[in-house]
Design a protein around this ligand. Sequence first.
Ligand code: AMP
Length: 470
Amino acid sequence: MCGVIGICSDGVAWEAYRALLAIQHRGQNSAGILTMNDKFYRKQGDGLVSEVFQNYPLDELKGKKGIAHVRYPTAGTDPASEVQPLFINYPYGLALAHNGNITNCEELKGFLREKRRSLQTDSDSEILLNVLADKISKHGLDEALGQTLDLVDGSYSSVMLLGKDEGSVIGFRDRHGIRPLVIGKKETECGTNYMVCSESVGLDVTGYELVRDVKPGEAVYFSNGSMRSKQLHPPKPAHCIFEYVYFSRPDSVIEGQSVYEVRFKLGENIDFDKDVDAVIPVPDTARTAALGFSLKYDIPYREGLIKNRYIGRTFIMPTQRYRESAVIEKLNVIRKEVSGKRIALVDDSIVRGTTSRRLVNLLKRYGAKEVHFVSSCPPITNPCFYGIDMTIKNELIASKGTDGIEKKINADSVTYQSIDGLVKAIGLPRSHLCLACLTGDYPTCMTCERVKELGQARENERNNWKEPRR
Ligand code: AMP
């Protein structure tokens, strides 16, 4: 999962930096900004946004157009060489920042071999950039992007900086619009500035007004104070439900739906029939759902778990061993809120069950009489190939059903959200959502070979991952 930004403005570097900070939760592995006037300027590196840009004079990133990226790796094997934005200089200077996951990489590699284009990394984003470059070298921009959308499968909400003529910033989304991408606008004395960003919070912190989402299959072009758009492919919306459940910030608005309100309704929509004394959320993501749940059932809401805010999202640790120890380092218990009580412990979801089991055990160690686990998301039974790091089916605790799941996580009971409850909370038509991780119905063509190939890519990445020194 990643975050992308594209900006056409007088203050591009500073705005890109601030917006990157706002979407830091989308990737903590690397960060980068690339800008242009008659030349390209780039600063990027491994680590958090604040680390990469520490002591860096942002005015070295010159020009009025730029793109930016924060990265969490979900494909490829050499994270250090895949820091984005990516850049190539033929047929024009062309830079790309990509959020999502391409699912037909092997086919596209064959296509690129035929075109005598060689790749430097295993990154699916580099493949996307090269397909774009090939198409742009032969066709007008709309045609090139349209053909790219026809060729490339999977999820890609991307931004591109094209150095042709005076340069333009382009945002585009795959035909399903799986990952989010919004457009913002700001009027200044010098004219109209535009931004596209993975989440509306990036617009909020830089004073841009949310205009709308980029449509699935649409490209939007920004150049010198103007915007144009082109529907490249008929939209077939399949927006990722996990963006609402977990990934996006609660203060973001995706497809017109406030993530905060969706999470609140997720809490309200859970059918629960146990007698408990308190509702305790797993901080931070599950807080809003726990609040909705507590008000609906009139059960006191208590903060029994406290998070060390200096430790990042534990799923971002690519190995199970590392994830498990991070859970314990991340959360501590307020004994008085837990001891002797029957607790409904609300989390946004249960994926592998690691966190859930550790948390239940932790609460019991602090004297909880009963722990009833409540998941604001329905059972996750199938892998995601579109950018959420759950590519391996047998790692998912509910992949073979939910019978006996409470024993596996040592809880007194487990209550899941229903798919209907989830769809109602999101408030978009069911047919406009990607529910593949819950139903196994993938919006793009997922052949057995593709599934195997993508699972293998993730395994390779894990095997090559080096634990940070501490
Ligand atoms: P677990 O059930 O131990 O895998 O942990 C689930 C918790 O991690 C929930 O809060 C999830 O929402 C969160 N999480 C988010 N993304 C992922 C992911 N890709 N893999 C595993 N857990 C995730």
